[in-house]
Design a binder for this molecule. Structure first.
Ligand code: DOR
Length: 463
């Protein structure tokens, strides 16, 4: 018989109507499948006393960069998924700007093989769009490919699709859900030139990063992407929204548009460059205090922002210490995102119930992930147990990401992940990651026909 773990007496964050509610119910991990509120007589191999603890659906992070293959001095699929497990993240959807970039079905399959060997949590890989790989995007297997990523503005790596014709073809002639990095290339180049005129040749002070990748760059690009998605009636997800201006564009768009925010755009603003330097250099760049407030509001009300994702983008400390603009953009966040949001959310009206929606359920729906994102009968036994009152201090040296640093170093957080289960198996407990167990972490399966944020509120692809 399959291994059974009973989580007894905890406060589980479970579906309730169109949202979530916290309920005192037992949760049975019956092999790889969940059973909520099983009969009192149920037999289990292990009974875990969860009184005073939150039982959360495993977090699904739909935007991570795990650098494998090719950039494994920064991160790899083992260290990145170890960091995920420590943060209560049970599924990662990984971006294509590895080396080589994931732009063909063969390269996608090769990456999948690496994950089969190394990944400690479930994974899905995006296909990366280029100006001329339409056939490859069309050849992707829709049952296991979460979606297609387009860099409509360039960032780390050399993926970029800026030509209108190429974008029109991608939106018109592919069927997988699309997402994009939206920062307008023309605006970014013009802003860079303006900085050069003002300050001469680099190096430049780090704060000009937010002048170069400013609100206009984001808004122009998001407007363009929404126009494409609307005309071609294509599902489209706006990655890492950072400005109030983008929120206004998204608010006017149709239901095929979804959007996400990252912890760093909620928690940092341009005032933080002085204290944190290139630790907080990322693309899109951090913005103003007003933008931050607008992002919190949008996350709290759930109208324009459905998803929280980290854009976990590790670089080594040495790389980050280079003078701007030689310093690379991106920061690691996978292992702290849930605790960061549990700590800071309440002051902004973002409840535990909203977090379950934004960090677990919504990404499963946007990307059509079968059996994921909810604590409900028949769903996958991907779960994390959190002590909502435990405090801890983030320290560079404790980070499991290979980059071993965090922009939140020294910050005390409240709400600690105690244990993470993937397919009913413990992958993280009391500060330690367990060895890989064959078969427990698997590639996601997708049902894009029934997926889509507004399409099927529950039971995507469940038998
Ligand atoms: O800051 C960022 N870093 N933004 C991105 O879009 C890419 C990422 C990376 O891969 O380093």
């Amino acid at each position: 018989m399959a291994h059974r773990t009973l989580l007894r007496g905890g406060d589980a964050v479970v579906p309730d109507g169109s949202g979530f509610a916290v309920r005192r119910v037992d949760v049975l991990l019956d092999g790889g499948t969940l059973r909520i509120d099983p009969p009192a007589t149920v037999q289990a191999d292990e009974i875990v006393d969860c009184s005073g603890k939150l039982i959360f659906p495993g977090v699904i992070d739909d935007q991570v960069h795990l650098r494998d293959p090719g950039l494994t001095h920064k991160e790899d699929l083992r260290t990145g998924t170890a960091a995920a497990a420590a943060g209560g993240v049970t599924t990662v959807l990984e971006m294509p700007n590895t080396k080589p970039a994931t732009t063909t079905r063969a390269l996608w399959e090769a990456k999948n093989k690496i994950a089969e060997e190394k990944a400690l949590v479930n994974w899905g890989f995006y296909m990366g769009a280029t100006p001329d790989n339409l056939e490859e995007l069309q050849a992707a297997n829709p049952d296991v490919t979460c979606g297609i990523k387009i860099f409509i503005g360039s960032s780390t790596g050399n993926l970029l699709v800026d030509a209108q014709e190429a974008l029109e073809r991608i939106f018109a002639e592919t069927t997988l859900p699309l997402c994009a990095h939206c920062e307008d290339e023309t605006t970014v180049r013009r802003n860079t030139e303006a900085v050069r005129q003002r300050l001469g040749e680099p190096p430049w002070p780090i704060r000009v990063h937010s002048d170069i990748r400013n609100e206009e760059a984001a808004v122009v690009s998001v407007r363009r992407a929404i126009d494409l998605a609307t005309r071609h009636d294509h599902r489209f997800h706006v990655l890492h929204v950072s400005t109030a201006g983008e929120l206004r564009e998204i608010a006017q768009a149709g239901p095929q548009i979804t959007a996400e925010v990252c912890p760093h755009h909620l928690l940092f603003d341009t005032g933080d460059y002085e204290r944190l330097g290139s630790w907080v250099q990322m693309n899109p760049a951090i913005k103003s205090v007003t933008d931050r407030a607008a992002m919190w509001q949008a996350l709290a009300d759930g109208e324009t922002i459905q998803v929280v994702a980290t854009d976990h983008a590790p670089h080594t400390r040495e790389e980050k210490e280079a003078d701007y603009p030689a310093s690379p953009s991106g920061l690691p966040a996978l292992e702290n995102s849930l605790s960061l949001l549990l700590t800071h959310g309440p002051a902004h009206g973002v409840t535990v119930e909203r977090l379950a929606a934004a960090m677990c359920d919504a990404p499963a729906r946007v990307w059509g992930l079968i059996g994921k994102g909810r604590l409900a009968d028949g769903y996958d036994a991907d779960v994390c147990v959190v002590d909502p009152h435990a405090t801890f201090t983030v320290r560079h040296e404790d980070q499991l990401t290979k980059s071993h640093w965090s922009p939140w170093h020294g910050e005390e957080l409240t709400g600690r992940v105690l244990r993470t289960f993937v397919a009913g198996q413990t992958v993280y407990e009391d500060g330690a990651v367990r060895r890989k167990v064959a078969g427990h972490a698997t590639a996601v399966r997708c049902d894009h026909a029934r997926g889509g944020y507004h399409a099927t509120p529950d039971g995507i692809g469940l038998a």
